[in-house]
Design a protein around this ligand. Structure first.
Ligand code: MG
Ligand code: ZN
Length: 218
């Protein structure tokens, strides 16, 4: 019985996510669903990315958090349309929550919609919101064992950003093992190593993102 209920929730979500996706397709908006644990660096990455792209691309942001509008305030300070969704306890965003916020934006004037999911390594991976790509960010301090312990998020992501690589000399993190395990759970996964603190590797991320946006616009 339990299993059936969960299945129906996911099916209902698929329908709404597909409707969202159709809207984004119509308007030529490229949509990223950014997922990762609390503290992985999602908001910091977003701030850096907005700063880098703001003169070239028209950006909008949805911030998903259980409570507070702190992240949205940080992003809005960079002058892009930003919406905070408070899930009020729910540990992920779903298609319906995102749909509820779409009327806040004029998608005629937007190239990129960035959705920062609730900090959580588990269920954000189960819910589509209408995105083009799921991007996962994980910090090296979380440990190199995560691909095998939390395989679903690695499986559904197009791109994996390993953040805080400037700390690698100080921690026990086997980069080779991490890469191999991640590729084993998802052979199509692209992996980039970055440090939002030092800026290392961020150019590769910007290039990846801009290519995706441009392809959607063509
Ligand atoms: Mg955040
Ligand atoms: Zn959840």
């Amino acid at each position: 019985m339990e299993i059936k209920v969960i299945k129906n929730i996911l099916e209902a979500n698929e329908v709404i996510a597909s409707q969202n996706k159709r809207l984004f397709e119509d308007k030529g908006v490229y949509v990223v669903n950014l997922m990762g644990s609390p503290g992985a660096g999602k908001t910091t990455l977003l701030e850096k990315t907005v700063k880098h792209l703001i003169d070239k691309k028209r950006i909008a942001v949805i911030e998903g958090d259980i409570a507070t509008s702190r992240d949205a305030e940080k992003i809005a300070a960079h002058g892009v349309p930003t919406l905070q969704i408070n899930t009020g306890g729910a540990c992920h965003l779903d298609g319906n929550m995102v749909r509820g916020g779409l009327k806040e934006f004029n998608f005629e004037n937007i190239d990129l919609l960035f959705v920062e999911n609730v900090g959580n390594l588990v269920c954000p991976a189960e819910f589509r919101i209408g995105e083009d790509d799921k991007v996962m960010i994980i910090s090296a301090t979380e440990g190199d064992d995560k691909p095998l312990k939390y395989p679903l998020m690695f499986q559904v992501s197009s791109l994996l950003l390993l953040n805080k690589v400037d700390l690698l000399p100080y921690i026990d993190f086997d980069l080779e093992r991490f890469r191999n395990d991640a590729i084993r759970v998802n052979p199509r996964l692209e992996i980039l190593t970055i440090s939002c603190r030092t800026g290392e590797g961020l150019d590769n991320w910007y290039r990846w993102l801009e290519e995706k946006i441009n392809r959607k616009r063509d």
